[in-house]
Design a protein around this ligand. Structure first.
Ligand code: HEM
Length: 433
């Protein structure tokens, strides 16, 4: 089990992390811990200002969820990255309460003329000239994948074929990754289809959108800490010994295959013994086996077994794509490595992401495999199909700052690198930028 000081103090924050004081990381513990660490006094903190957004929660165009969940927190980066236009900033004055009495807990910066906000201003100025037609194609891709997942699930009940089950799992994953495009945006029907994986989009809005996207590869990133102790990417012997790291390489396929079941059953368990963590829309996860049972001659037990195999295939494929998609290249920054000399939030992000070179420029593959990942982290609410239009602005802005290029590797190289990162115990002494 990870223990020791390097497991509790992130290099990008001033205070030790409250949520890491407990043995297992969970989403409710992360939320509670962040509230304690941020000390926003039951209000919302943006930069050094405190706002009372209680009256705005129900009117927020992005949906209630985001503000309900972040009450009492510092939401500076989430606020900056989720709005490209100037309207939300202009609205804020109305809700201003007072200046915060303490400095921010996070040391990454979002200076007005720094890299990220300069890039965002330039993208904002381009928004009206962008080609919005890829949004329609994204809509059709997701719909087609969803329909195909349902149809193939039904076909799998008529054919006794593992291959069909694996294909069904693959389609469920592709539609779920496409649904991920939608849960980053204002509430919509597509986000619910993510739940066919047995994971829940609302949980992912926290662990992925509010934690991973903002504090990438740091100890505040739940996508780094939830898979511990089975997969440990933090380069420290306090987090995992060499022997355990070697074992974890061989354990990976099992962890991948059980991820969906494990995340659901843990939530059920904690809901029974502690506080409810389930949502009404978790029921969507069971709509496929119910439909398979209703439309097939198989018994309930046979359908259940078949569906479990499909979910295991899906879980394996999803983990393979997501854990080997961008962040765990051994040269990427992971908490404990030397920080970049410039602490701009956007430049920090660039040290934690290596894009997939083999799917660049292809709308379908990028949508279903977390492609164009750097731009997705910078502008998560923009439709995934539109991101590739922003490369020229990204490149020219980056060139002005330090002349560097966004890094890219193929999928196979990502897999090799991710395994190297699992084994890496020594912090990298050289910070990018
Ligand atoms: C945790 C912080 C916040 C998050 C994660 C968040 C998220 C979002 C999302 C996902 C959207 C929809 C974007 C789309 O679908 O294109 C949105 C829209 C919007 N939000 Fe927020 N929001 C946050 C805080 C705020 C605050 C504090 C304000 C203002 C007081 C605000 C004002 C707006 C407005 C006016 C829009 C519609 C215009 C636009 O998209 O730029 N939001 N927000």
């Amino acid at each position: 089990m990870p223990s020791g000081e390097t497991c509790k103090k992130s290099a990008i924050a001033l205070k030790p992390l409250t949520y890491r004081k407990q043995i297992f990381s969970t989403i409710p513990r992360w939320l509670e811990g962040k509230r304690q660490d941020d000390e926003a006094e039951d209000l919302w903190r943006i930069y050094d200002n405190l706002y009372d957004l209680h009256g705005f929660i129900n009117h927020h165009p992005g949906g209630k969820f985001w503000l309900q969940q972040t009450k009492g927190m510092d939401i500076t980066e989430a606020f900056e990255t989720h709005h490209i236009r100037a309207v939300p900033q202009a609205l804020l004055d109305k809700y201003f309460v007072r200046k915060a009495s303490k400095p921010r807990n996070y040391i990454l910066t979002l200076e007005e003329n720094g890299f990220y906000r300069t890039l965002k201003r330039r993208v904002g100025a381009q928004l009206d000239e962008m080609d919005y037609s890829p949004r329609r194609r994204t809509y059709l891709y997701h719909l087609a994948l969803l329909a195909a997942s349902v149809i193939l699930s039904l076909i799998s009940t008529r054919l006794d074929s593992m291959l069909v089950e694996a294909l069904t799992g693959l389609l469920i994953v592709w539609q779920a990754v496409a649904a991920h495009n939608y849960f980053h945006q204002r509430d919509n029907w597509q986000m619910y289809s993510f739940n066919l994986t047995l994971m829940n989009f609302a949980d992912w809005r926290i662990s992925h959108a509010l934690s991973h996207h903002i504090y990438t590869n740091s100890l505040y990133d739940l996508e780094m800490t939830l898979p511990e102790p089975y997969l440990c990417w933090i380069p420290s012997k306090e987090v995992a010994t060499k022997t355990w790291r070697i074992i974890s390489i061989f354990l990976q396929p099992v962890v991948y295959a059980l991820l969906f079941f494990a995340s659901f059953s843990q939530r059920v368990f904690r809901s029974i013994v502690n506080k409810n963590e389930l949502y009404w829309h978790d029921i969507i996860g069971f709509s496929l086996p119910a439909l398979m049972w209703l439309c097939s001659p198989l018994s309930a037990a046979e359908v259940l077994l078949k569906w479990c195999r499909i979910i295991m295939f899906a879980s394996f494929i999803f983990s393979l794509i997501s854990f080997n998609g961008a962040h765990h290249v051994s040269d990427n920054y992971h908490d404990g490595d030397a920080l970049p000399s410039q602490l701009d939030w956007g430049l920090y992000q660039l040290t934690t992401i290596t894009d997939r070179s083999d799917i660049k420029g292809n709308h379908f593959w990028a949508l279903t495999h977390f492609g164009d990942h750097i731009l997705h982290h910078f502008f998560p609410t923009l439709d995934h199909g539109m991101l590739s239009q922003l490369y020229p602005i990204l490149q020219s802005t980056l060139e002005e700052v330090n002349g560097s290029e966004p890094r890219e590797l193929s999928f196979v190289q990502h897999i090799i690198e991710q395994n190297k990162q699992l084994l890496r115990m020594e912090p990298n002494p050289r910070g990018h930028f």
